[in-house]
Design a protein around this ligand. Structure first.
Ligand SMILES: [Zn+2]
Length: 360
């Protein structure tokens, strides 16, 4: 039987002579970056109209709220209850996400209530906190990530701490989305979201932008198969004003087929901490399917379980042996560009980036 890990261990020559796949990915990213970047919508999510009631309990979000209010056609009214967007800071622990937008309740595609949170478990500069809030609040208006130079692209294409404000493309997109959504107008979004439409949009604590960087961040890199999925303890935050945020989690058990970095090896098992569940799906990080096989870049969570470094470190594998192809969880960035890459080739590149830089 073909053993991929044996092949990698014995095939140093291939490692040295193969042109790294990452070069093609980098060229593609450079090409895409040259394209005009338009602000993008997040699925079909949209507020009822341009008059949005907002409750902001986070001092470090005030500048971001003011930007969205003063620069776009949105009219944000500060309220103490009955809000459509709730903005807060809370320590949710080592979840892998530093910021989170969630659609709490909705009718069709219309957002009835959404939240924007900064996870204070991780440390933030003033500008980074402002940028994450800017992005999460933008999600609650129905915007997706976009490589537009503003906060909606922070973490994905550039540093949020230096790109913490909205830009003209966001202003334009909001203008288009809300031009005809005036108070009292009927909800034109008659078609609701798909059943599994993500309602959680995370700003990941790690934002690796290359396979090498992802490899460096991971303490364990494994090929492993899902053997079981159990309900985990929910992430619960109670705010002083009575707001309770409750996010379900899962404990996903894996059996290791082989390890490329770290102590996990063939025959070992481990538990992955997973945000959300089948009914509460995180964008780019959906629930795992039982029996599915993955290439995972992991960090220890501190409680005996593991986290993926970010969705950029999560790849499902198509059926097959060493010829399996990668199905990235990430929908943007270098990881998304590895769609269809052969497991064997990517693993050689991982091994290559683990080795001292003398292979050229
Ligand atoms: Zn985001």
């Amino acid at each position: 039987m073909f053993n991929l890990f044996d092949a990698i261990a014995s095939n140093g020559e291939t490692i040295v002579n193969r042109k790294p796949i990452i070069v093609a990915g980098a060229l593609l990213i450079a090409f895409l970056a040259g394209q005009a970047a338009e602000a993008k919508r997040w699925g079909c999510w949209i507020q009822a109209d341009r008059n949005v009631k907002i409750r902001n309990t986070a001092n470090n979000a005030t500048a971001a709220v003011n930007d969205w209010n003063s620069l776009t056609i949105l009219n944000l009214t500060s309220v103490g209850s009955g809000e459509e967007t709730y903005v807060f800071n809370a320590n949710s622990g080592n979840t892998g996400w530093g910021g989170l937008a969630s659609i709490v309740s909705y009718s069709g595609c219309t957002i009835l209530r959404a939240t924007a949170q900064l996870n204070t478990y991780y440390s933030w500069t003033t500008n980074a906190a402002r940028g994450v809030h800017c992005q999460e609040i933008g999600h609650t208006f129905g915007l997706d990530h976009s490589n537009d130079g503003g906060c909606m692209g922070g973490g994905y294409w550039y540093d949020i701490a230096t790109h913490y404000t909205i830009v003209q493309k966001n202003i334009n997109e909001i203008g288009t989305m809300y031009a005809s959504r005036v108070a009292g107008s009927p909800d034109f979004s008659t078609v609701g979201p798909e059943v599994d439409t993500p309602r959680f949009h995370a700003f990941w604590a790690n934002n690796p932008r290359s396979l090498r960087e992802t490899t460096g961040l991971a303490s364990q890199i494994v090929v492993a198969t899902v053997t079981g999925i159990a309900k985990g303890a929910p992430i619960v935050n109670r705010q002083p004003d009575g707001h309770v945020s409750r996010i379900p989690t899962q404990r996903v058990s894996f059996s290791v087929e082989g390890g490329i970095k770290g102590s996990l090896e063939a025959g070992d098992s481990f538990v992955l901490f997973q945000n959300g569940n089948a009914a509460n799906r995180f964008d780019e990080d959906p629930s795992y399917a039982p029996g599915s096989r993955h290439l995972l870049f992991l960090t220890a969570r501190g409680d005996g379980t593991y986290l993926v470094v970010s969705p950029s470190g999560r790849f499902e594998l198509s059926d097959g042996d060493g010829h399996s192809e990668l199905i990235p969880a990430a929908t943007q960035g270098f990881a998304a560009d590895l769609k269809g890459a052969k497991l064997q080739h990517v693993m050689f590149d991982v091994v290559r980036s683990l080795a001292p830089v003398d292979a050229e």
